[in-house]
Design a protein around this ligand. Structure first.
Ligand code: FAD
Ligand code: NDP
Ligand code: HEM
Ligand code: FE
Length: 477
């Protein structure tokens, strides 16, 4: 599309303090809500409607005309009409020439049409300057003022002056415009409101897979095995014992998976000898949802702690203790006190408590109100260094919990080791690789690569450098 300057049209100011006149096509929900908000901000509003005389419920102070009459009143026209009805604009091509057409439309499905609604509009009315905006704001939020959750308005368009004027309106309405570039970005902007928690999808699916896998694993080891071998009904374990295995295991595994992409990235950088090559998409995406992975892990850790707190009041636990005491009294024997067991027991619980404390600290620093108070270095220190310490403590907690039984053949059931042994595979792998990576000789090379040094620097010209998008997580914080 050719870029014509929007200087040609002067902004239609009514008086010194009054804002300009803006035309809104369509008297539906969104058109009315936007008009009300704009009138409150001192704009003059002219509606364009199929039936100017029959339009009702319109905010006081707004004028209603036919589409072509309304278009002549302003050089900014906000199109509050569904894409399916854009056809009528073809007849207005002459009137709309050189005007700013703001496309606010959304679709019902991702990629519903081959081209974005805004690009389609630009094809329909080639003489106008199409700007995409407002589609992520709901009519209800505009009217009720409940915009705290999302004040961001993504804006894109090919004519920078037209885009600037729309961004000025957005700002005047008390919203935050975010320039997303040319109209080519419209498709992505239109997809935003249709995505349901995009960054949470991977963590949720992953935790669902982990939980299902360990659920069946525990059912086999803790319920089916005792039944087959001793006709014992252990189904009551489904309520607390098994969840209190699945949840901590999920917490530990997910925590390790937060730190695994960092070490994979480091290995890739070492192997390639440069930081200027993009990571594969899967790694990029994984890196970008580490915060969400971490928070889901924290949720599971909380559940584990709650389930652990109720252990002493469980009937099964009280019965076992009482029964053992009675059996010992009858047999006139007693368990000798084992200092090493006491040490192991206290140690694993202490490690769990400390690990959980740091875990919560990580969660607190990820709250925007807290992360905004610390600078980038401090945030990285907490997230990276304390994060690894959390992983070390939680892994140690699980290992010491295994204690003397850890890897002993007697704890195998149908050749299956205890669930926590499997849960330790990923955390231990991450910690071992991290340990290797921080060995001085490797760490030095990695640090140089991350400062921009390249092993084969002669082969790559500076102009071709591609920045890795995943490392820069600041936008997420
Ligand atoms: C409860 C909880 C909450 C979390 N909240 C957040 C959150 O709010 N936000 C968030 O982003 N993550 C969050 N996370 C995820 C995680 O803690 C962070 O992503 C953490 O930074 C990952 O650490 P890393 O060492 O693997 O980091 P990486 O960023 O992968 O860094 C690895 C190493 O490379 C270095 N490095 C990385 N990039 C560069 C570069 N471009 N140049 C030079 N050196 C570089 C770093 O100094 C670091 O030593 C959370 C995790 C948990 C468990
Ligand atoms: N509602 C919301 O919360 C949001 C809506 N949007 C977008 O805003 C646009 C308008 O949405 P909304 O106001 O909810 O929709 P409505 O159905 O409430 O309003 C659409 C308006 O379009 C006009 N129109 C023009 N031609 C036709 C036609 N052939 N058939 C029917 N109506 C026509 C009508 O106005 P008239 O009768 O005056 O001609 C009608 O009132 C959509 O593109 C939507 O995706 C974006 C973000 C949020
Ligand atoms: C206040 C903090 C914590 C306490 C008091 C605690 C206590 C316990 C206890 C008592 C057990 C044994 C449960 C049983 O006998 O069934 C256990 C097991 C376990 N804990 Fe913790 N824990 C804490 C935090 C954590 C954290 C933060 C993690 C990991 C992220 C974790 C991971 C595990 C794992 C993987 C097991 C083994 C589960 C199994 O297979 O039975 N714990 N913990
Ligand atoms: Fe143009």
């Amino acid at each position: 599309m050719e870029k014509t300057s929007t200087d040609a049209f002067p902004s239609t100011m009514n008086s010194s303090e009054k804002q300009e006149t803006v035309c809104i096509f369509g008297t539906g929900d969104f058109g009315r809500s936007l008009a009300l908000k704009m009138l409150q901000c001192d704009y003059s509003i002219v509606f364009g409607s199929r039936n100017p005389l029959r339009s009702s419920l319109l905010p006081n102070g707004a004028e209603v005309l036919s589409y072509s009459e309304a278009a002549q009143k302003s050089d900014i026209i906000i199109l509050a009409v569904h894409r399916e009805h854009y056809e009528f604009l073809k007849e207005l091509t002459e009137v709309l020439k050189g005007k700013i057409l703001v496309d606010i439309s959304n679709n019902l499905k991702i990629n519903q049409y081959p081209e974005s609604n805004a690009e389609y509009l630009a094809q329909l009315v080639p003489g106008a300057h199409v700007v995409k905006a407002f589609n992520t704001i709901s009519a209800w939020a505009l009217q009720s003022g409940a915009l705290d959750a999302n004040r961001q308005v993504f804006v894109c368009g090919n004519d920078s002056k037209a885009k600037q004027r729309v961004m000025d309106i957005v700002r005047t309405l008390g919203l935050t415009p975010l320039d997303q570039g040319s109209l080519m970005a419209a498709k992505e902007i239109e997809n935003y409101p249709l995505q349901l928690f995009p960054m949470w999808k991977f963590p949720f699916y992953l935790s669902a897979i982990l939980c299902v896998f360990f659920f069946f694993y525990c059912i086999i080891r803790d319920i089916i095995y005792p039944y087959v071998n001793g006709k014992k009904d252990s189904t009551f374990r489904l309520a607390i014992s098994i969840p209190n295995r699945i949840f901590p295991i999920a917490a530990l595994t997910l925590l390790a998976l937060v730190y695994l992409p960092g070490v994979i990235a480091a290995i890739l950088q070492l192997y390639r000898g440069t930081k200027y090559r993009r990571f594969p998409d899967w790694l990029d995406h994984w890196m970008l949802c580490r915060k969400q992975l971490g928070l889901v892990a924290l949720g599971f850790a909380f559940l584990h702690v709650l389930y652990t707190l109720v252990i002493p009041i469980r009937y099964y636990v009280r019965w076992t203790l009482k029964n053992r005491t009675i059996t010992q009294a009858k047999a006139k024997t007693e368990d000798p006190f084992s200092t090493s067991t006491a040490w192991l027991n206290d140690s694993y619980i202490a490690l769990g408590i400390l690990g959980f404390f740091l875990f919560v600290l990580l969660g607190i620093t990820s709250l925007p109100s807290v992360s905004n108070m610390v600078n980038w270095r401090e945030f990285r220190f907490v997230q990276s260094k304390l994060g690894y310490l959390t992983l070390i403590l939680c892994t140690a907690h699980t290992m010491v919990y295994g204690g003397k039984r850890f890897l002993s053949p007697s704890s195998l059931r149908w050749y299956l080791p205890s669930a926590y042994v499997i849960a330790l595979i990923i955390p231990c792998t991450v910690l071992v690789i991290k340990f290797i990576l921080i060995l001085p000789c490797i760490d030095k090379t990695l640090a140089r690569i991350r400062q921009g040094w390249e092993r084969n620097s002669k082969q790559t010209s500076n102009g071709q450098h591609l920045k890795q998008s995943s490392i820069y997580l600041d936008s997420q914080l």
